[in-house]
Design a protein around this ligand. Sequence first.
Ligand code: C5P
Length: 418
Amino acid sequence: MTGVSAQRILLVIGGGIAAYKALELIRRLRERSYVVRAVMTAAARHFVTPLSVTSLTGTKVYDDLFAVSDEATMGHIELSRDADLLVVAPATADLLAKMARGHADDLASTLLLATDKKILVAPAMNVRMWLASPTQRNVATLREDGVLFVGPEDGDMACGEHGPGRMSEPAAILGAIEAALRGETRIPLPQHLAPGRRLAGRRVVVTSGPTHEPIDPVRYIGNRSSGKQGHAIALAAAEAGAEVVLVSGPVALQDPAGVSTIRVETAQEMLAAVEAALPADAFVSVAAVADWRPAAPAPEKLKKGRGTAPALTLVETPDILAKVAARPSGRPALVVGFAAETENLLDHARSKLARKGCDMIIANDVGAAGSVMGLDANEVTLLTPGSAETWPRMSKSEVAHRLVERLADMLDRLDHER
Ligand code: C5P
């Protein structure tokens, strides 16, 4: 026996085909002397019977919000407060949505809302449901609320599809439960994780594209950034298993698959969206954020014809990268910036690295000779406080994949040093 005896787990079993794995999880928890109380949603009863659950937990199964006899013995608030940890396995898309919105229309959702304890969820659903924007938004909200996640894994699904959405195996969930009870907020990656998914379990926030700073309702100050490099990085990070939030300025690109994309116009909106997407393990600031904006955008379209051009007074926009890098708490472990320069590339990029307080700057020459804006290829130099490395010219997608590998190396090293 390795667990701490008498620690109490409240297990919420959601309605999905993976519910059968919850039985195995209960068995393993009981072997380690945990006290397990189980709550089943109405849908869960279609997949496993309350009798199997109660036989394994050795206690009654709770499933009714309004059961008078339960209220007499243990009210629903007490049921969730009595536990050391709440575990939701399988966590269906519907249950995650209810949790994210704070619904309390059955016993499971009420307990999850009423608790003052940590919650660990093991999502299980069809790959498309997992990748759907509403689910990804709910996952992001729950993470911000401090909910811990284990999985989902990549693999073949009961519905015949393949991709992320399989519930983690009971052994991995058990590992995550023990880590959560130790107070760890980073749940260890399952050992059998497929190679290549180096960012699984990580959260990455990427900015991309230009910003548009309004002069009047129809005119703006902008730049030539296409968003291709930032979008490619967001997609590559998602393919490597990260949960990715992409905050994009106005671009003519599709939202990348498997990424939560938030569209903004101005630098101020981009800053607000980035701050709302934190905390994260890495922040990659690829956007070509306008450095200045008109101080007072005109409420109506400016008219010509008075013989003089209007004078534009500009003020500085917030420096999103510098602000994220300087966060006193909740600074991502890795803060990466881009430096698009037309001259003295490396000198400017190196001083930017220091001035903005980031961990790495990726410099690219956007001058006439090495023009990259809007093209599919890029030539970059990676600068850290102690190193400079120039990569040969390659596609933006290849830069993205190589960069994601590098981010994974750096994050693994940081974990190791901690
Ligand atoms: O200062 P400069 O615009 O050249 O810096 C480039 C880096 O800083 C990029 O990573 C860009 O996304 C970021 N940046 C920012 N907010 C600004 C200006 C630049 O995040 N207002």
